[in-house]
Write a new protein. Structure first.
Length: 275
């Protein structure tokens, strides 16, 4: 169970001691190893891992291709729509099941069992039901995102202190008032952790959906570049997905810092600690 505590001890910011410095320091090492393996020793075939120079040259070619902006917009729409749908349904069902032990006992095993179904095998079924349009891709991303938000919401709503719940009852607060004023604020750090995971799985769900029966999107471009053995352009798309994931993470992290400013979670979310 995650440990939640009030962060009342001020810490001096020291950028040189920040854990992010380790990432910055590793980048030149990774680039050097990549260059040595592909350019100097050529121990890795170019069809598996292109040289840094070829990827750098491929960037303007890929980003400047006709219709590339439309492909990016399509994928971003699928990710945003799937995340919004999956997170909303997951949060609603998490709140609903946490408010009733009977509902939780009846439906939690069923919903958990559904999570065991790989999303990739659902793509042909979704295409058969909805078609090749963007709606099916949004649904696939929502299915991939749903469970992470649902289970973290359900778990987080149970973190409220029993004494605080008893106090709310003594004040004759309704179940809804207890949920809104106590349980949800207490669960916010865990819920945001689920949103972080859900956003990542939404990106994966959108990519997988574009691999199967898509007519556009970044995943569709990856298939085209792979079929033409354009490995450098393929890796450009991979780096673009890395940027998308980083932007999504930082956006949710920033929102979390604004909403959960009075607490920090020490075990599940160490990135909330002040540097």
């Amino acid at each position: 169970m995650a440990q939640i505590a009030v962060d009342s001890s001020p810490k001096k910011k020291n950028f040189l001691r920040s854990p992010y410095m380790l990432t910055i320091a590793l980048l030149p090492i990774i680039l050097a190893a990549w260059w040595l393996a592909t350019t100097v020793t050529k121990s890795v075939p170019a069809i598996l891992l292109p040289t840094p120079e070829s990827v750098w040259i491929a960037f303007p070619r890929v980003l400047g291709a006709d219709g590339f902006g439309d492909q990016v917009l399509r994928t971003l729409t699928e990710i945003a729509g799937g995340f919004a749908l999956g997170a909303s349904v997951g949060f609603f069902l998490g709140v609903l099941l946490s408010s009733s032990s009977r509902l939780r006992a009846a439906y939690l095993p069923f919903l958990s069992a559904l999570e065991a179904i790989p999303t990739v095998i659902l793509a042909p079924i979704i295409i058969a039901w909805i078609g090749f349009g963007i709606e099916g891709k949004i649904l696939q991303a929502a299915i991939a995102c749903f469970y992470a938000v649902f289970i973290t919401t359900l778990s987080g709503l149970g973190l409220a202190e029993p004494n605080a719940v008893a106090l709310m009852k003594s004040l004759r607060a309704s179940k809804w008032q207890t949920m809104v004023k106590l349980r949800i604020p207490t669960a916010l750090p865990v819920i945001f952790g689920g949103l972080q995971l859900g956003a990542t799985t939404a990106i994966i769900g959108a990519i997988v959906s574009e691999f199967i029966g898509a007519t556009g999107g970044l995943g569709y471009l990856m298939l085209r570049y792979r079929s033409s053995f354009d490995t450098a352009a393929y890796w450009v798309i991979i780096f673009l997905f890395l940027v998308i994931g980083l932007v999504v993470y930082l956006t949710i992290w920033y929102i979390e810092k604004r909403f959960v400013f009075w607490r920090r979670i020490e075990v599940t979310r160490p990135d909330l600690e002040k540097q």
